[in-house]
Design a binder for this molecule. Structure first.
Ligand SMILES: Nc1ncnc2c1ncn2[C@@H]1O[C@H](COP(=O)(O)OP(=O)(O)O)[C@@H](O)[C@H]1O
Ligand SMILES: [Mg+2]
Length: 370
């Protein structure tokens, strides 16, 4: 797919912006704190309705305004779609070709993006929460129903936790807890199953790509570490029963600690290079390459799932890669993936390798084509 143009109103430090982005590669160049990342973030938000760097939508609205708007024209295999996303203090609204979408999950997936930013190193070496967020964002893009299930799960989780906080051991709230348990189990089983499948597919691509980047020297493997192991079963009824059994085993502990101890909110995943865990034994370079392989794998995975390539957003990462990996990256996306790159200076980017590049000068919330 291809983003022809983007329009912003009161988004972060942009008042009004109208930008044609009809090059295969679009480079946003400028000093720090001018709005380069904000631009990529806006494209990301148009795809996922939320930022890659904050979960608080209100931060996206310009300080002097009370609403923000992102519009974009996307060319897809089956035609052109106009996307329109509005943030206000009341919430957000999304339109496709002028039609308001009842659920945001009907909007998500109209535009697909893969963002690669310096903080993505955290997917490898950060906390489990970062990895879960990574999983959720990526699965959500290709299977919008997933986000809906996740939302329902989170609601149940909050209510169940509130209940556990006030429940006393040996108390008489048995029936109430059983209602929460069944709901928790139902959503958990669906989420975990989808995560497992996604990781399996991601592993296939990432292994191949990582091997390419390291000239066959390193084998990357990914392992799903669910908080509850369903014994390898794929049958949702069986998984549900096992989940319920697990809940009955941890019941006293949950009441004592006042929180839900089993479920997708406690999942994790781990990356291994030649059988050794990358977060523990990997060098900074290996961890960086692992994050890069994951992102490139995602590009292929999205294409496999939806039949066309997503956009690639590279925030400040090109200059951090050595020549070999920079070339590897450029050659991977060149001519098939529309790419948006931010950089403080063109000298760190191997421009000669880029065909059809549009260059934009970004300064104080304005972007102009040079
Ligand atoms: N909600 C907002 N309203 C107005 N300005 C904002 C808002 N959020 C961030 N900014 C400003 O945006 C700038 C940072 O933009 P960013 O895109 O991260 O910079 P960079 O060009 O270094 O990538 C900062 O000057 C910050 O003050
Ligand atoms: Mg930046």
């Amino acid at each position: 797919m291809f983003l022809n143009s983007i329009q912003l109103q009161n988004y972060r430090n942009y008042g009004q912006l109208e930008l044609r982005t009809d090059n295969q590669v679009n480079l946003f160049v400028g000093p720090n704190a001018q709005g380069k990342t904000n631009l990529l973030e806006a494209i990301f938000a148009l795809a996922l309705t939320k930022s890659h760097r904050t979960s608080k939508d209100k931060e996206l609205i310009g300080w002097e305004a009370d609403s923000a708007r992102i519009q974009g024209e996307v060319e897809k295999r089956y035609g052109t779609v106009k996307l329109d996303l509005m943030y206000s203090t009341q919430g957000k609204k999304a339109k496709i070709n002028g039609l308001e979408q009842r659920k945001l999950s009907d909007f998500i997936g109209s535009l697909n993006v893969v963002m690669f930013a310096p903080e993505d190193l955290e997917i490898v070496k950060g906390t489990p929460g970062v990895r879960r967020r990574f999983l959720d964002m990526e699965i959500g893009q290709v299977q919008p129903g997933y986000l809906h299930t996740l939302q329902q799960f989170n609601k149940v989780l909050v209510q169940r936790n509130n209940f556990l906080k006030t429940a006393s051991p040996g108390g008489h709230q048995q029936t109430m807890l059983e209602v929460w348990n069944a709901q928790l189990a139902e959503h958990s089983v669906k989420i975990m199953k989808k995560r497992k499948h996604f990781i399996h597919k991601l592993q296939r691509w990432a292994e191949q790509i990582h091997s390419g980047i390291t000239a066959g020297g390193e084998r990357l493997t990914i392992e799903y570490r669910p908080s509850f192991d369903g014994g390898g079963s794929e049958d949702e009824t069986v998984l549900f029963e096992q989940f319920m059994l697990k809940l009955s085993q941890v019941k006293d502990q949950e009441i004592r600690r006042g929180m839900s101890l089993v479920g997708p909110h406690r999942d994790d995943l781990a990356f291994f290079i030649n059988g050794k865990e990358a977060a523990v034994y990997g060098s900074q370079g290996q961890q960086r390459t692992t994050a890069l392989s994951l992102k490139l794998a995602e590009i292929e995975l999205i294409c496999e799932e939806i039949g066309e390539y997503p956009l690639l957003l590279l925030d400040d990462v090109l200059s951090e890669l050595d020549q070999h990996r920079q070339t590897q990256l450029i050659e991977t996306f060149q001519s098939k993936v529309q790419t948006f790159i931010t950089t403080t200076g063109l000298e760190s980017v191997n421009i000669s390798k880029l065909k059809d590049a549009g260059i934009y000068d970004v300064r104080a919330g304005h972007a102009t084509r040079t």
